[in-house]
Ligand binder design. Sequence first.
Ligand code: 5RP
Length: 262
Amino acid sequence: MTWGLQNRVSRLMKDGRTVMLAVDHGYFQGPTTGLENPRRTVTPLLPYADSLMLTRGVLRTSVDPSQPLPIVLRVSGGTSVLKELSDEVVTTSMEEAIRLNASAVAVSIFVGSEHEKETLANLSETVNAGERYGMPVLAVTAVGREMARDARYLGLACRIAAELGASIVKTYYCEGFRKVVEGCPVPVIIAGGKKVPERDALQLAASAVKDGAVGVDMGRNVFQSSNPVGMIRAVRAVVHEGKGPDAAMQIFEKAPTPKLVR
Ligand code: 5RP
């Protein structure tokens, strides 16, 4: 690993753990609930995240360039919810990622999907480009629609991502998650998935960390919460302080209720 790449990875995980805030959903979902106005959603959460995962469009339009948070730039896309999701291309060049001062770039792979090979090629090409500049690549794993999100398939996707050179892998929590982590020789983080009750999301994060994840890349369970700032503070307590879901839930419940910003 080059010094630059190592330095960028360490920006994302100062104590070896990370709370990445995912707000890239619009790249295929359009104006996702809670993210209709990205600036309004993201600004109050910035002090509590370790990094921000998003596309260049939302970064340029909705995030103040003077804010210090490391950026994880999504560079794959080109599909929408109306079409086959695995049919992605690389949308953003490595030079653009550097111009935007990204600390990592993110590419999705769809293992077992129609365009599995092309998405694995997207990842490999991005890793090759990243190696030239010391830019780490976060592989975002998805498995085919008909495949269970279980340890076997998620483990397969995570391992393939690591073998192709990803520096960090994002996946979903599942039963037997420890096996997924053990089979993946680079750090693993989990997505939150669809919005669930806050305590369930905190339990998910706590279980993932207990089973070896270095943190979360969480979106909807933060920004669709009734109190997004309270929720990200609770998630931080799980990831960085090892709090259990009950203790973290207290942090959520005691957090001041959000003011309505127009
Ligand atoms: C979609 C993504 C999202 O960033 C990811 O799913 C995390 O968000 P959430 O916690 O809402 O699932 O990469 O491909």
